[in-house]
Design a protein around this ligand. Structure first.
Ligand code: ASP
Length: 432
């Protein structure tokens, strides 16, 4: 029987969930961590393995293929403008939802105290990680973007923004050299690299259903730690907060992206969702838009009809700087913590949240759990004690899965929009 890829991934996910719950409730969590979780790690490692070669290959060839710098600045300008606009809208939606639903006020006092003491030590870790971010000057993010040594940037997937910077710089220089003959072998290498990496993605995706099964089973295992009742208790207490985040994310996807697609593209929503299905499922299972990037690019090009020229520029950039789901979540989380701690936030504070959440989401790495670290920076900006993240740490993994889905959906809808405005959006195709 030949099932489409997204059905296979979905099946892996559901089976992983069912198995994970059974294993955790029967005390067989060790089987999951010893014999199943490693396959999830292997799957994510494979995706991460090709992330840097993919960004290098696709961005260098992508920028170099833009025949002149005028075209580059036009596409670049459009891309960044839509990215920032959709992120600002996302934060605003987050603020509206959290102010209307007021989830922080529904948390009972004893629950707050209990949560805070449970996660005290984890908070110390996160605060340490955020410490460096807090003491930085206003222009530090700009400094961080420009590497002093390319090889040390390429040695760590967290430095993706530096690799993006380097690749765009090389691409621009290639356009400036102009004479195609002189750069043919250099460019040919990266074109070849690009083709090879895309084939590697195909191979890795064959393994996706198993990888997703293992990832979901392991997540359940980690949250439950052989005691499922604690998960229900936590979800019960923080349920309203989780619902607020999910409602915000759904609004962003159903209102904002459909509007963006409607304004800029002739795409049917059904086709968009069909093309993106596997990407969203993968984002949900890996909680990493960086790890999902190879598949986002493949689906956008092969199924959605986005030209390689646009996708290879817009998507790697988006995976690193465009995180609407993260920004929306950060806004809700910040206000939720303030509400739970009984602190009131004025209009000025809410405006500060908009600004800092847009910037923080740009600076958030495309890896699991990065959003909550940058949340500390926002909390500092509005003078809410950062130890408050203890309240939400327990459910962060689940929300991370959800916000990553929004992040990748945002990237893809902007890629389709930019392609359409450049006359580079073909008809969707689902032959493969
Ligand atoms: N996991 C998210 C991503 O990779 C980032 C975050 O919000 O933690 O898109």
């Amino acid at each position: 029987m030949k099932l489409a890829l997204h059905w296979k991934i979905l099946l892996g996910m559901v089976l992983g969930l069912v198995y994970g719950v059974i294993a955790a409730s029967t005390g067989l969590g060790w089987i999951t961590s010893d014999w199943i979780a490693p396959f999830g790690k292997i799957f994510v490692n494979l995706l991460k393995l090709i992330a840097i070669p993919l960004v290098l290959g696709s961005l260098i060839t992508g920028v170099a293929s833009l025949s002149d710098l005028k075209k580059l600045s036009r596409i670049g300008g459009k891309t960044i403008t839509i990215y920032i606009a959709t992120t600002a809208v996302a934060v605003t939606i987050g603020l509206l939802v959290v102010n209307i639903m007021q989830p922080g006020k529904s948390l009972p006092q004893d629950m707050r105290t209990k949560l805070q003491s449970t996660y005290e030590s984890s908070v110390a870790d996160k605060e340490e990680a955020a410490g460096a971010a807090r003491e930085r000057g206003p222009l530090q993010p700009l400094v961080d973007m420009v590497p002093s040594n390319f090889f040390s940037s390429a040695g760590n997937n967290r430095n993706m923004l530096q690799v993006v910077f380097f690749a765009i710089f090389v691409g621009i220089a290639l356009v400036q050299v102009g004479d195609k003959k002189r750069t043919a072998s250099f460019l040919g290498f990266f074109e070849g690299l690009n083709d090879v990496v895309i084939k590697m993605v195909d191979t890795i995706m064959l393994f996706a259903p198993i990888g997703v099964f293992a990832l979901i089973a392991d997540t359940i295992n980690a949250i439950a730690a052989d005691d499922l009742s604690s998960v229900w208790e936590l979800l019960g207490g923080l349920g309203f907060y989780c619902i607020a985040v999910v409602v915000g994310l759904l609004l962003q996807m159903t209102l904002v992206y459909t509007t963006v697609l409607k304004i800029f593209t002739p795409l049917k929503l059904g086709d968009f969702l069909r093309a993106l299905g596997p990407v969203q499922l993968l984002a949900f299972s890996t909680s990493s838009s960086g790890a999902t990037l190879p598949v986002t690019m493949e689906r956008c090009e092969q199924n959605l009809g986005v030209s390689e020229e646009v996708s290879s520029f817009v998507l790697p950039l988006g995976a690193t700087i465009n995180m609407d789901g993260t920004a929306l979540y950060q806004a809700i989380a910040a206000v939720f913590i303030a509400q739970a701690l009984g602190l009131s936030l004025g209009v000025g504070d809410q405006l500060t949240i908009i600004l800092t959440a847009v910037l923080a989401s740009i600076g958030t790495a495309a890896v699991p759990g990065a959003g909550i670290i940058m949340l500390v920076v926002i909390l500092e900006a509005i003078s809410v004690p950062s130890a408050g993240i203890a309240l939400i740490l327990g459910v962060d993994r689940i929300l991370d899965m959800c916000r990553t889905v929004t992040n990748v959906t945002g990237d893809a809808s902007v890629a389709a929009s930019v392609a359409a405005t450049e006359n580079q959006l073909g008809t969707p195709s689902f032959d493969n």
